[in-house]
Unconditional design. Structure first.
Lengths: 180, 194
Protein backbone atom coordinates (compact mmCIF):
# COMPACT_ATOMS: atom_id res chain seq x y z
CA UNK A 1 0.00 0.00 0.00
CA UNK A 2 2.92 2.33 0.66
CA UNK A 3 4.05 2.03 -2.94
CA UNK A 4 0.56 2.77 -4.15
CA UNK A 5 0.37 5.98 -2.19
CA UNK A 6 3.60 7.17 -3.73
CA UNK A 7 2.27 6.31 -7.19
CA UNK A 8 -1.36 7.42 -7.14
CA UNK A 9 -2.21 8.37 -3.53
CA UNK A 10 -4.17 5.22 -2.84
CA UNK A 11 -3.74 3.88 0.67
CA UNK A 12 -1.66 5.73 3.25
CA UNK A 13 2.00 6.42 3.95
CA UNK A 14 2.74 8.65 6.97
CA UNK A 15 6.30 9.33 5.89
CA UNK A 16 5.36 10.55 2.42
CA UNK A 17 2.41 12.51 3.77
CA UNK A 18 4.79 14.29 6.16
CA UNK A 19 7.14 15.13 3.29
CA UNK A 20 4.20 16.39 1.22
CA UNK A 21 3.01 18.70 4.02
CA UNK A 22 6.53 20.09 4.47
CA UNK A 23 7.33 20.59 0.80
CA UNK A 24 3.81 21.68 -0.17
CA UNK A 25 4.65 25.23 0.94
CA UNK A 26 7.12 25.49 -1.95
CA UNK A 27 4.55 24.45 -4.55
CA UNK A 28 3.46 26.64 -7.42
CA UNK A 29 1.11 29.33 -6.20
CA UNK A 30 -1.43 30.07 -8.92
CA UNK A 31 -0.67 33.54 -10.14
CA UNK A 32 -2.05 35.54 -12.99
CA UNK A 33 -0.89 34.07 -16.28
CA UNK A 34 1.37 36.29 -18.32
CA UNK A 35 -0.31 38.60 -20.76
CA UNK A 36 -0.41 37.28 -24.27
CA UNK A 37 2.25 39.27 -26.06
CA UNK A 38 1.00 41.34 -28.93
CA UNK A 39 2.47 40.26 -32.19
CA UNK A 40 4.14 43.20 -33.84
CA UNK A 41 4.37 43.45 -37.58
CA UNK A 42 7.25 45.62 -38.70
CA UNK A 43 6.37 47.67 -41.72
CA UNK A 44 9.52 48.68 -43.52
CA UNK A 45 9.02 51.49 -46.01
CA UNK A 46 9.83 50.61 -49.59
CA UNK A 47 12.50 52.93 -50.93
CA UNK A 48 11.95 54.22 -54.44
CA UNK A 49 14.48 55.91 -56.61
CA UNK A 50 14.29 59.59 -57.56
CA UNK A 51 13.55 58.68 -61.17
CA UNK A 52 10.53 56.64 -60.17
CA UNK A 53 9.17 59.50 -58.05
CA UNK A 54 9.75 62.02 -60.83
CA UNK A 55 8.06 59.82 -63.43
CA UNK A 56 5.15 59.14 -61.14
CA UNK A 57 4.70 62.85 -60.47
CA UNK A 58 4.82 63.66 -64.16
CA UNK A 59 2.29 60.98 -65.00
CA UNK A 60 -0.01 62.19 -62.24
CA UNK A 61 0.26 65.78 -63.52
CA UNK A 62 -0.60 64.64 -67.04
CA UNK A 63 -3.64 62.73 -65.85
CA UNK A 64 -4.78 65.76 -63.83
CA UNK A 65 -4.42 68.00 -66.90
CA UNK A 66 -6.48 65.62 -68.99
CA UNK A 67 -9.16 65.51 -66.31
CA UNK A 68 -9.26 69.32 -66.18
CA UNK A 69 -9.66 69.52 -69.95
CA UNK A 70 -12.54 67.07 -69.89
CA UNK A 71 -14.19 69.07 -67.13
CA UNK A 72 -13.73 72.31 -69.07
CA UNK A 73 -15.31 70.83 -72.20
CA UNK A 74 -18.29 69.56 -70.33
CA UNK A 75 -18.79 72.92 -68.63
CA UNK A 76 -18.63 74.71 -71.97
CA UNK A 77 -21.23 72.39 -73.43
CA UNK A 78 -23.54 73.14 -70.53
CA UNK A 79 -23.12 76.90 -70.89
CA UNK A 80 -23.59 77.00 -74.75
CA UNK A 81 -26.37 74.57 -75.62
CA UNK A 82 -27.24 76.27 -78.90
CA UNK A 83 -23.80 75.89 -80.48
CA UNK A 84 -22.74 72.61 -78.88
CA UNK A 85 -25.13 70.33 -80.63
CA UNK A 86 -23.82 67.24 -82.35
CA UNK A 87 -25.18 65.96 -85.57
CA UNK A 88 -24.77 62.44 -86.86
CA UNK A 89 -24.83 61.74 -90.54
CA UNK A 90 -23.27 59.16 -92.85
CA UNK A 91 -19.77 59.97 -94.00
CA UNK A 92 -19.58 57.31 -96.69
CA UNK A 93 -21.72 57.44 -99.78
CA UNK A 94 -23.21 60.90 -99.27
CA UNK A 95 -20.51 63.49 -99.67
CA UNK A 96 -22.79 65.93 -101.46
CA UNK A 97 -25.04 66.19 -98.47
CA UNK A 98 -22.26 67.57 -96.31
CA UNK A 99 -22.31 71.29 -95.86
CA UNK A 100 -19.02 73.06 -96.49
CA UNK A 101 -16.93 74.03 -93.52
CA UNK A 102 -17.69 77.51 -92.36
CA UNK A 103 -14.45 78.29 -90.53
CA UNK A 104 -10.74 77.71 -90.71
CA UNK A 105 -10.84 74.46 -88.65
CA UNK A 106 -13.14 72.63 -91.02
CA UNK A 107 -15.86 71.99 -88.47
CA UNK A 108 -19.51 72.84 -88.67
CA UNK A 109 -21.89 74.86 -86.58
CA UNK A 110 -25.30 73.36 -86.02
CA UNK A 111 -28.40 74.60 -84.26
CA UNK A 112 -29.74 72.80 -81.22
CA UNK A 113 -33.06 72.24 -82.96
CA UNK A 114 -31.35 70.04 -85.56
CA UNK A 115 -30.98 67.10 -83.23
CA UNK A 116 -31.96 64.04 -85.31
CA UNK A 117 -35.15 62.23 -84.41
CA UNK A 118 -35.02 58.63 -83.36
CA UNK A 119 -35.98 56.16 -86.04
CA UNK A 120 -38.76 53.68 -85.30
CA UNK A 121 -37.50 50.11 -84.75
CA UNK A 122 -37.37 48.04 -87.95
CA UNK A 123 -40.12 45.49 -88.42
CA UNK A 124 -39.18 41.84 -88.39
CA UNK A 125 -38.71 40.20 -91.75
CA UNK A 126 -39.59 36.68 -92.69
CA UNK A 127 -36.88 34.18 -93.67
CA UNK A 128 -37.86 34.35 -97.33
CA UNK A 129 -37.57 38.11 -97.38
CA UNK A 130 -34.25 37.97 -95.57
CA UNK A 131 -32.83 35.55 -98.14
CA UNK A 132 -33.93 37.67 -101.10
CA UNK A 133 -32.34 40.83 -99.67
CA UNK A 134 -28.69 41.63 -100.45
CA UNK A 135 -26.06 41.17 -97.75
CA UNK A 136 -26.07 44.03 -95.24
CA UNK A 137 -23.47 46.69 -95.84
CA UNK A 138 -21.22 47.78 -92.94
CA UNK A 139 -22.71 50.74 -91.19
CA UNK A 140 -20.88 53.97 -92.00
CA UNK A 141 -19.06 55.70 -89.18
CA UNK A 142 -20.84 58.75 -87.74
CA UNK A 143 -19.41 62.19 -88.22
CA UNK A 144 -19.53 64.42 -85.16
CA UNK A 145 -19.75 68.10 -85.86
CA UNK A 146 -17.89 70.32 -83.40
CA UNK A 147 -17.43 74.03 -82.95
CA UNK A 148 -14.01 75.57 -83.40
CA UNK A 149 -13.44 75.86 -79.65
CA UNK A 150 -14.58 72.30 -79.04
CA UNK A 151 -12.34 71.03 -81.76
CA UNK A 152 -9.41 72.90 -80.25
CA UNK A 153 -10.14 71.44 -76.82
CA UNK A 154 -10.54 68.00 -78.34
CA UNK A 155 -7.13 68.28 -80.00
CA UNK A 156 -5.54 69.40 -76.74
CA UNK A 157 -7.15 66.52 -74.89
CA UNK A 158 -5.85 63.99 -77.41
CA UNK A 159 -2.36 65.48 -77.15
CA UNK A 160 -2.45 65.29 -73.36
CA UNK A 161 -3.67 61.70 -73.41
CA UNK A 162 -0.96 60.65 -75.85
CA UNK A 163 1.69 62.35 -73.69
CA UNK A 164 0.31 60.58 -70.61
CA UNK A 165 0.31 57.22 -72.38
CA UNK A 166 3.89 57.74 -73.53
CA UNK A 167 5.00 58.66 -70.02
CA UNK A 168 3.28 55.66 -68.50
CA UNK A 169 4.92 53.32 -70.99
CA UNK A 170 8.33 54.86 -70.18
CA UNK A 171 7.72 54.34 -66.47
CA UNK A 172 6.61 50.76 -67.07
CA UNK A 173 9.72 50.02 -69.11
CA UNK A 174 11.96 51.52 -66.42
CA UNK A 175 10.28 49.49 -63.69
CA UNK A 176 10.49 46.29 -65.68
CA UNK A 177 14.11 47.04 -66.52
CA UNK A 178 15.04 47.70 -62.87
CA UNK A 179 13.30 44.51 -61.71
CA UNK A 180 15.18 42.45 -64.24
CA UNK B 1 -13.50 -7.05 -60.91
CA UNK B 2 -10.05 -6.39 -62.39
CA UNK B 3 -7.10 -6.28 -60.07
CA UNK B 4 -6.16 -2.68 -60.93
CA UNK B 5 -9.61 -1.45 -59.92
CA UNK B 6 -9.41 -3.26 -56.58
CA UNK B 7 -5.99 -1.72 -55.95
CA UNK B 8 -7.35 1.72 -56.85
CA UNK B 9 -10.25 1.34 -54.41
CA UNK B 10 -7.88 0.27 -51.67
CA UNK B 11 -5.71 3.29 -52.39
CA UNK B 12 -8.73 5.60 -52.11
CA UNK B 13 -9.73 4.00 -48.80
CA UNK B 14 -6.25 4.40 -47.40
CA UNK B 15 -6.14 8.03 -48.49
CA UNK B 16 -9.45 8.74 -46.75
CA UNK B 17 -8.17 7.09 -43.61
CA UNK B 18 -5.09 9.29 -43.62
CA UNK B 19 -7.15 12.43 -44.14
CA UNK B 20 -9.63 11.79 -41.36
CA UNK B 21 -7.23 10.39 -38.76
CA UNK B 22 -5.80 13.67 -37.38
CA UNK B 23 -9.23 15.14 -36.59
CA UNK B 24 -10.30 12.07 -34.68
CA UNK B 25 -7.13 11.86 -32.55
CA UNK B 26 -6.80 15.56 -31.71
CA UNK B 27 -6.24 15.82 -27.96
CA UNK B 28 -7.71 18.60 -25.79
CA UNK B 29 -4.22 20.11 -25.65
CA UNK B 30 -4.08 20.20 -29.45
CA UNK B 31 -7.41 22.01 -29.54
CA UNK B 32 -6.09 24.46 -26.97
CA UNK B 33 -3.10 25.17 -29.18
CA UNK B 34 -5.36 25.75 -32.16
CA UNK B 35 -7.41 28.23 -30.14
CA UNK B 36 -4.28 30.03 -28.93
CA UNK B 37 -3.11 30.38 -32.50
CA UNK B 38 -6.31 32.20 -33.32
CA UNK B 39 -5.59 34.67 -30.51
CA UNK B 40 -7.89 33.18 -27.85
CA UNK B 41 -6.55 34.55 -24.52
CA UNK B 42 -8.80 32.27 -22.47
CA UNK B 43 -7.24 29.21 -24.11
CA UNK B 44 -3.80 30.52 -23.20
CA UNK B 45 -4.91 30.94 -19.57
CA UNK B 46 -6.26 27.41 -19.55
CA UNK B 47 -2.95 26.07 -20.88
CA UNK B 48 -1.18 28.02 -18.16
CA UNK B 49 -3.41 26.66 -15.39
CA UNK B 50 -2.98 23.12 -16.65
CA UNK B 51 0.77 23.03 -17.13
CA UNK B 52 2.20 25.74 -14.86
CA UNK B 53 2.66 23.38 -11.83
CA UNK B 54 4.61 20.94 -14.01
CA UNK B 55 6.83 23.71 -15.41
CA UNK B 56 7.32 25.10 -11.91
CA UNK B 57 8.32 21.67 -10.59
CA UNK B 58 10.90 21.20 -13.32
CA UNK B 59 12.27 24.68 -12.65
CA UNK B 60 12.32 24.21 -8.88
CA UNK B 61 14.31 21.00 -9.20
CA UNK B 62 17.06 23.00 -10.91
CA UNK B 63 17.04 26.70 -9.95
CA UNK B 64 16.38 28.67 -6.71
CA UNK B 65 12.76 29.15 -5.77
CA UNK B 66 12.61 32.87 -6.52
CA UNK B 67 13.95 32.21 -9.99
CA UNK B 68 11.52 29.34 -10.55
CA UNK B 69 8.51 31.67 -10.52
CA UNK B 70 10.14 33.99 -13.06
CA UNK B 71 11.16 31.03 -15.17
CA UNK B 72 7.56 29.83 -15.36
CA UNK B 73 6.52 33.20 -16.75
CA UNK B 74 9.39 33.20 -19.23
CA UNK B 75 8.52 29.72 -20.42
CA UNK B 76 4.92 30.64 -21.17
CA UNK B 77 5.86 33.85 -22.94
CA UNK B 78 8.31 31.84 -25.01
CA UNK B 79 5.59 29.29 -25.73
CA UNK B 80 3.31 31.93 -27.13
CA UNK B 81 6.03 33.42 -29.30
CA UNK B 82 7.22 30.08 -30.67
CA UNK B 83 3.95 28.22 -30.88
CA UNK B 84 4.37 27.84 -34.63
CA UNK B 85 7.51 25.74 -34.08
CA UNK B 86 5.51 23.07 -32.22
CA UNK B 87 5.46 20.10 -34.57
CA UNK B 88 3.17 17.71 -32.69
CA UNK B 89 0.25 19.56 -31.14
CA UNK B 90 -0.62 16.50 -29.08
CA UNK B 91 2.72 16.82 -27.28
CA UNK B 92 2.38 20.25 -25.71
CA UNK B 93 3.39 19.00 -22.25
CA UNK B 94 6.69 17.41 -23.33
CA UNK B 95 7.45 20.52 -25.36
CA UNK B 96 6.86 22.74 -22.33
CA UNK B 97 9.02 20.47 -20.15
CA UNK B 98 11.84 20.69 -22.68
CA UNK B 99 11.64 24.48 -22.79
CA UNK B 100 11.67 24.63 -18.98
CA UNK B 101 14.78 22.41 -18.80
CA UNK B 102 16.57 24.52 -21.42
CA UNK B 103 15.65 27.74 -19.62
CA UNK B 104 16.99 26.33 -16.36
CA UNK B 105 20.26 25.44 -18.09
CA UNK B 106 20.47 28.96 -19.55
CA UNK B 107 19.96 30.40 -16.07
CA UNK B 108 23.22 28.84 -14.88
CA UNK B 109 25.01 29.93 -18.05
CA UNK B 110 24.09 33.58 -17.63
CA UNK B 111 23.88 34.11 -13.87
CA UNK B 112 26.90 35.28 -11.89
CA UNK B 113 27.65 33.41 -8.64
CA UNK B 114 27.31 36.58 -6.55
CA UNK B 115 23.78 37.20 -7.88
CA UNK B 116 22.33 33.91 -6.72
CA UNK B 117 19.91 33.95 -3.80
CA UNK B 118 19.63 31.03 -1.47
CA UNK B 119 16.26 29.34 -1.20
CA UNK B 120 15.83 30.30 2.45
CA UNK B 121 16.29 34.01 1.75
CA UNK B 122 14.07 33.92 -1.29
CA UNK B 123 11.47 31.57 0.18
CA UNK B 124 8.05 32.58 1.41
CA UNK B 125 7.57 33.18 5.14
CA UNK B 126 5.19 30.22 5.36
CA UNK B 127 7.87 27.77 4.21
CA UNK B 128 9.69 25.97 6.98
CA UNK B 129 13.51 25.70 7.01
CA UNK B 130 13.25 21.90 6.94
CA UNK B 131 11.52 22.15 3.60
CA UNK B 132 14.55 23.89 2.05
CA UNK B 133 16.87 21.29 3.54
CA UNK B 134 14.86 18.45 2.03
CA UNK B 135 14.71 20.32 -1.28
CA UNK B 136 18.47 20.71 -1.32
CA UNK B 137 18.82 16.96 -0.67
CA UNK B 138 16.49 16.23 -3.59
CA UNK B 139 18.47 18.60 -5.82
CA UNK B 140 21.65 16.70 -5.08
CA UNK B 141 20.16 13.59 -6.71
CA UNK B 142 20.34 12.68 -10.43
CA UNK B 143 18.15 14.68 -12.86
CA UNK B 144 15.58 11.96 -13.48
CA UNK B 145 15.00 11.35 -9.76
CA UNK B 146 14.88 14.95 -8.58
CA UNK B 147 12.48 16.12 -11.27
CA UNK B 148 10.04 13.28 -10.61
CA UNK B 149 10.28 13.65 -6.83
CA UNK B 150 9.67 17.42 -6.91
CA UNK B 151 6.67 16.97 -9.17
CA UNK B 152 5.28 14.31 -6.83
CA UNK B 153 6.14 15.69 -3.37
CA UNK B 154 6.14 19.47 -3.97
CA UNK B 155 3.62 19.98 -6.76
CA UNK B 156 1.38 17.10 -5.69
CA UNK B 157 1.07 15.43 -9.09
CA UNK B 158 0.44 11.67 -9.15
CA UNK B 159 2.60 9.26 -11.13
CA UNK B 160 0.17 8.97 -14.07
CA UNK B 161 -0.19 12.77 -14.19
CA UNK B 162 3.59 13.21 -14.29
CA UNK B 163 3.82 10.72 -17.14
CA UNK B 164 1.02 12.38 -19.10
CA UNK B 165 2.31 15.92 -18.71
CA UNK B 166 6.04 15.38 -19.21
CA UNK B 167 5.73 12.77 -21.93
CA UNK B 168 7.79 10.21 -20.03
CA UNK B 169 6.62 6.62 -20.07
CA UNK B 170 4.59 5.36 -17.11
CA UNK B 171 7.23 2.74 -16.33
CA UNK B 172 10.04 5.31 -16.29
CA UNK B 173 8.10 7.54 -13.91
CA UNK B 174 7.31 4.61 -11.64
CA UNK B 175 10.94 3.51 -11.52
CA UNK B 176 12.22 7.05 -10.96
CA UNK B 177 9.72 7.63 -8.17
CA UNK B 178 10.50 4.46 -6.28
CA UNK B 179 14.27 4.62 -6.68
CA UNK B 180 14.30 8.33 -5.96
CA UNK B 181 12.20 7.87 -2.83
CA UNK B 182 14.47 5.08 -1.66
CA UNK B 183 17.53 7.32 -2.16
CA UNK B 184 15.82 10.21 -0.38
CA UNK B 185 14.95 8.03 2.59
CA UNK B 186 18.52 6.84 2.82
CA UNK B 187 19.89 10.37 2.66
CA UNK B 188 17.42 11.74 5.16
CA UNK B 189 18.00 8.74 7.46
CA UNK B 190 21.74 9.40 7.41
CA UNK B 191 21.16 13.01 8.30
CA UNK B 192 18.78 12.08 11.11
CA UNK B 193 21.30 9.62 12.52
CA UNK B 194 23.98 12.30 12.51
Amino acid sequence: MKQDYLWDRTGADAEIECLESLLGGLAFSPAEPPEMPVREIALTPVRRGWFFKLSLGFAAASVATAALLIAAISMREDSQPATAAIQERPAVGAPAAMSPPNNEFGVEHQAASAVPKRKPPPRKRSRREAKSLPAPQPRPLPVITLTAEEFDAYRQLMTALSVTGTNLSIVREKINGSEE
Amino acid sequence: MPESQITGDLFLLSRETVNYAPNQTASPEARLVERIETGDAEAFNELYRRFAPMVHGIALSRVPRAEADDLVQEVFISVHKNLSSLRDRNAVGPWLAKIARNRALNYYRTVRPSDELTDEIAGSPSSKPEAFEILSVIRSMPDSYRETLVLRLVEGLTGPEIAAQTGMSVDSVRVNLHRGMKTLREKLGIEVKK
